[in-house]
Design a protein around this ligand. Sequence first.
Ligand SMILES: [Fe+2]
Length: 415
Amino acid sequence: MITNLLFRYHQIRLQSELICEPLEPEDYVVQPIVDVSPPKWHLGHTTWFFEQMLLVPFMPDYKLFHPEYNYVFNSYYETVGNRVLRTNRGNLSKPSVVDIYSYRKYVDKCMKDFIENINLSTELLNIIEIGLQHEQQHQELLYYDIKYILGNNPLFPKYREESNNKNLSSATPLGFLDVSEGIYKVGHNSDGFCFDNEKGHHSVFLHDYIIGDRLITNAEFLEFIQDGGYQDFRHWYSEAWEWVKTNDKKAPFHWHNMDGVWYNYTMHGLKKVNLDTPVAHVSQFEAAAFAKWKGMRLPTEFEWEVACGIHQPSIPVSANLSDMDTFEPIQPTEGNYQFYGDLWEWTSSAYTAYPYYEAPEGALGEYNGKFMTNQMVLKGGSYATPRNHIRPTYRNFFHPHLNWQFTGIRLAKHV
Ligand SMILES: [Fe+2]
């Protein structure tokens, strides 16, 4: 078991570094908006997590790599002390990228000693698992942030070259799946890992509804744009309409109109918008406005989870998983994910506690619970999501105006 754990630890830690491999030193440092953290900060913060949650409290005679790193790499844990302002993460030239890779090496060596020599209780194994899952969450954030950093540059540099083995296909006609009225169980109910916010397997009542059998494509979203969707207040929530006007929104994030033609920034540089792939980089405001324009709405998180449980095996992959964003996806390694795994799908559900939710004691209690206000739930997983994070009960959450993440739209409606 220890050998397996060590292997997994090293694989996951290595993956974060592989994601950063195509970057130049300067790419690691910038923070164009508050939500985008410098890649070097992610590499340091995920390392800090292991140091602060395991090595400091549980490793006898552990020596900190650097006394100030707790201040630099603490993200939001009040329990663990003061920290650098989030907006200042990109203003720090030190620690350097080289320093942070040394920090990773040091903590990895100590974690190896820790895993090999400490008697690992269930509690400690659980914290190690959370550290690994946390690092994987940051791997996805690294993709979002790298894409923002490069796509924000007027030269539109590529993250990496496009691979040739694309499986191009056209989008299937949009169909809808029926779900009957009834009482359904939702929430996590197995021995596998889940975050605390998924616990609390409970019943919900759903009325009859239909739900899209795939995500909305760029072609379908273009119709909304061309129909003046961004200029018509009737489609938008009040807060969303303010956001459209304040930010002069005319299209999804990463889209650019050049001489009347729509392009979007992809991990392989600027490309003409592919009409057959799912529309990505929409905020929940845009997703809800599009749905309203269509005479429909977004599914609730429970409608999504129940539909996924019922229909997942028979649903075709949305338009073009392998061509998504013309960015090579991580291939599924287990199962055959069809209802999810290309883009995170916005729901109309506010991110709140399930019945009987209890935040864990101590710093880890700050992981999820304290964000349960003013954010919306997303379901599924994106092509940048580590495959073993994709499960029907996973509850991702973001503020509704954010759109630099890999997000998409699935429609629903009562019948
Ligand atoms: Fe984090």
